[in-house]
Ligand binder design. Structure first.
Ligand SMILES: [Zn+2]
Ligand SMILES: [Zn+2]
Length: 417
């Protein structure tokens, strides 16, 4: 097999890997870098691609796939829920950044027309390759990809989480030993606090605010994080109104339709039925006037209904703003955490509300990555999807502590395996 890294190597964004045999080529992910002007992976002539495999619906993994359907007609494999959510996120991407994208709605439609659903552990043959998806535990429907060719085994983790959450079971590591591992390194050198601890802390602090008459805004990504936080609150007998806003409502429907990818579909259905769906401005104005919780995109406070909520809630010390995801440098969410200021449309306002971030990560930390490496016992490891410094440190501990050859490839580099 020959591996070529097309993007997402020393960064988070535009993940794409090509795998070639003597006669065939497949791609694993083909994402987009989300910057002011989006970035794309290296070009591959569509004629040379036999099939594309998608690990999950985050745009840094799927955001550039439609480009292959301008002329191409190769099949695209993934789970049903991954395709439903990808459509939603790429539509949104076209709406926000369409001017910069090398494809349009038509190509997204063509991409969806060529999608083929796979279940976990169901194998498909593409020429020389045998390919199987395994649960990655990163979000409902997320997959790791096992590629087999002439007795050689390659595993690509995509984004992976070995820890259980309310929505997901944690990565399935039952694929056994592999020859080569391509692993993510987003949080390669730290461990997140145990989920239960974070959940209890969030519930306690939200209750404190609401019982004193305040309103809590939880800026959360619409896919998976919003549903998880909602489930945490409902499972902990939170008796105040929980409003759910934005694209999270569409994702609720997708998850309920694809319940085989949800750890506990009944608990999710119950949580959704107990939430209040925000359908328009009347509901939004109502939500900010009463004690309760509002779960709304954008997860980093960049646009979405969160702008309105911030304007209404941030000035009052009785309220709270509790982001639940990573806040990228330069986003309003990061500025809020570091400077207790909120900047929107160039306007700076001081924030009186309580501010704290809760670390609901969907990536595993160092010990989870170690577990994957021990379990798969590879001879060679390629690390991607993380800051350069982080990935270098990871490659060092893999070599020093585990004695395995580890490489941090650059975009464009090829390797025979
Ligand atoms: Zn992801
Ligand atoms: Zn990712």
């Amino acid at each position: 097999m020959e591996l070529k890294f097309l993007g997402g190597t020393m960064e988070v964004g535009r993940s794409a890997v090509s795998v070639k045999s003597n006669n065939n080529q497949i791609l694993m992910d083909y994402g987009a870098l989300l910057a002011r002007e989006p970035g794309f992976p290296m070009h591959v002539p569509p004629k040379e691609v036999d099939a594309i495999f998608l690990t999950h619906s985050h745009l840094d993994h799927c955001g550039s796939i439609p480009v292959f359907y301008i002329n191409g007609s190769m099949p695209l494999y993934g789970t049903s829920v991954t395709f439903d959510v990808s459509r939603l996120l790429i539509e949104d991407f076209l709406g926000l950044s369409g001017y910069y994208l090398p494809f349009e709605y038509l190509e997204l439609e063509e991409m969806m027309n060529h999608s083929k659903n796979l279940s976990y552990k169901e194998s498909v043959k593409i020429g020389d390759f045998g390919i199987t998806l395994y649960d990655a535990g990163h979000m409902p429907g997320s997959a790791q990809i096992l590629v087999e060719d002439q007795g050689k085994r390659l595993l690509y983790t995509g984004d992976v989480n070995t820890n259980e959450t309310r929505l997901t079971k944690g990565a399935d590591l039952s694929y056994g030993e592999v020859d080569t591992l391509i692993i993510e390194g987003t949080y390669a050198n730290e461990d997140h606090p145990p989920r239960k601890e974070i959940e209890d802390d969030l519930v306690k602090k939200v209750k404190e605010v609401v019982e004193e008459g305040g309103t809590v805004l939880i800026p959360a990504f619409a896919v998976s994080r919003s549903q998880e936080v909602l489930m945490v609150l409902v499972a902990n007998d939170f008796d105040y109104p929980i409003a759910l806003d934005g694209m999270a409502l569409d994702v609720d429907d997708i998850y309920l339709r694809n319940s085989e990818f949800i750890k506990d579909p009944r608990a999710l259905a119950r949580a959704i039925s107990e939430s209040k769906q925000v359908k328009g401005w009347k509901d939004r104005r109502k939500a900010v006037k009463r004690p309760g919780v509002i779960i709304s995109p954008a997860g980093m406070l960049k646009g979405g209904a969160s702008v309105f909520y911030m304007e209404k809630l941030a000035g009052n010390s009785a309220n709270a703003i509790y982001p639940v995801g990573y806040q990228v440098r330069g986003t309003p969410g990061r500025t809020l955490l570091e400077q207790r200021k909120y900047i929107s449309h160039g306007k700076v306002s001081k924030v009186e509300a309580k501010v704290e971030r809760f670390d609901f990560s969907s990536h595993c930390g160092k010990s989870g990555l170690e577990k994957i490496i021990k379990n798969s016992a590879p001879k060679k490891i390629f690390i991607m999807h993380g800051d350069e410094e982080n990935l270098q440190t990871m490659s060092k501990w893999i070599k020093d502590e585990m004695g395995i050859d580890a490489i941090t490839p650059k975009t464009g580099e090829s390797f025979k395996i």
